[in-house]
Design a protein around this ligand. Sequence first.
Ligand code: AGP
Length: 624
Amino acid sequence: MQITTSRGLATRGGEIMCGIVGYVGKKDSLQLLFDGLSRLEYRGYDSSGIAFKNGSGIEVYKAPGKLKDLQKILPKPLPAITIGIGHTRWATHGAPSAANAHPHTVKGVSVVHNGIIENYRELRAELASAGHVFTSQTDTEVVPQLIARYLDRGLPIEDAIRGAIAHLRGAYALGIIHEGTPDTLFAIRNGSPLVIGIGTDAQYIASDVPALLPYTKNFIYLEDRHMAVLRSSGIDLKHIESPEPLQLEGKVVTVNWTSEMAEKQGYDHFMLKEIYEQPQGVMDTLREWIDDTNKLMEEMGIASAIKDLRRLHIAACGTSYHAGLVGRYMIEKFVRIPVAVDIASEFRYMCPIIPKGTVLITITQSGETADTLAAQREAKEKGARTLTICNAVGSTTTREADSVLYTRAGLEIGVASTKAFTAQLAALSLLGIALGTKKGKLSDLEIQTLKPFLLDLPRLIRLALQTDGAVKEIAKTLVDAKSMLYLGRGINYPIALEGALKMKELSYIHAEGYPAGEMKHGPIALIENGVPVVFLATIESLHEKILSNIEEVKARGGRIIVVTDSPAAFRDKADDMIVVPSTHPALVPFITVIPLQLLAYHVAVIKGCDVDQPRNLAKSVTVE
Ligand code: AGP
């Protein structure tokens, strides 16, 4: 069922990338819930709400728009609370409005939800025919309506919740409070991410760790079909189907991120801060394994699979997919085995051929992208060994994959992925070296030649970041561009795709990335006077080819912007040049991508676009 929202975004009903927070404790200010929501606003952001107990009942405040619009209607001063839930919404079903905002409260049961209740229409019809009155257009409201029905039948709250859940089909993370049940917050997960924050005399829930970092570093990642019953004194973990408490032991993860990491630290935007954090992210990802890639194979448990390893298959989405394309160049070069790369949303439905000896690699910053998760499950079902390259400790892909190779980019808040991308390239180069070494395809000399280049990358990326000023000047001349082309050859082709994606998702300028050699097979028809074309020319062996492609574009009036490490070769051809440092041919993507991230950033800032929260986008796409 397709529904077009007010922003013309066609999608399948339900609340799909919202932010949830919840608190139960001795006493704290409502500010806690509000701050938690603001740290989750990057997930979804067109309406929000909060509900808390005030001793005589549940008080609910909801508003369309940004959190600041909610702040306007909250009681002043903000009251102290012992229990409450909050929600930021990214509406796809039921326009952004106070009525459709969460929490949804029915007969003293208040619910916040992230995900999709796929059979909500049938449930609504059934409940409405039984006299239930709905006040919103959302799928979520069926949850408190169902719970209220079971309470009316005399069931205690926990059983009423179980009764309601049994009717639901789809993906949901739920936070629930009940007027008649003091000091108790219920959390349920089925498909959509939810974490439990463990405090001493307070417990917390949230859609993601950053919301709770100022209050705790100890978390439980709720498993699918699990329910947590939180009281200020502690937590009971249960399976949805059974009241029997489950062991907490081994479930608590300590996350060493500071809440400062979730702040902008003086940068204008999270994205710019994260662009400048790339040297550290690459170094932290490399240093974990670079001195002992054999240990990497052991740790990941694929040492034993090496001899039968016949084929690698990479599946991912968006920027992570582009990292996968770079990964193919590196791994095929270092390991000499075929690497297939597919967009996960295509992979999951193309009935992929998974011959014996296949390892499927999923690449994902969030570890929660639904299409990537489904691709991993699909391949696993078909007998592939699965390895995920992920930036989020404890996320779903990491818990379901056979092996995990973590990128260490740290918390990435800007919706447009930057530092996670270069950290993914670092992880893929490690994987290539490890597999190449194990397979005896990489000689000691080649490894000893490559390692210094890898370890020098943070310095070279810092040098590439120094093009910021020059890039900003070029950006000023691009704000009125209607379309742009990015062209690269070889391992720079995926970077042309990534540069174009960044320009699209941040500045809303239509940009396409292409292999430069493909121009004359069609895209060159787009070239007319002043059309900006960005050429990536940092692979010496391909300079000649790139020069002739530049000629083709120049002859048709295109504007030539060249990113190169050989200014002399392109000086008299380029209208603008961005000079970056040289490095090993297999590692040029680490450098070439930097000025392209900055270019998209500056064009978007000058155009007044919302850089950290671009329109129609969200940080992790948790449904297909
Ligand atoms: C990139 O800037 C976008 N945010 C988006 O394309 C993203 O890369 C894609 O949704 C994949 O996300 P993941 O890496 O968390 O799986």
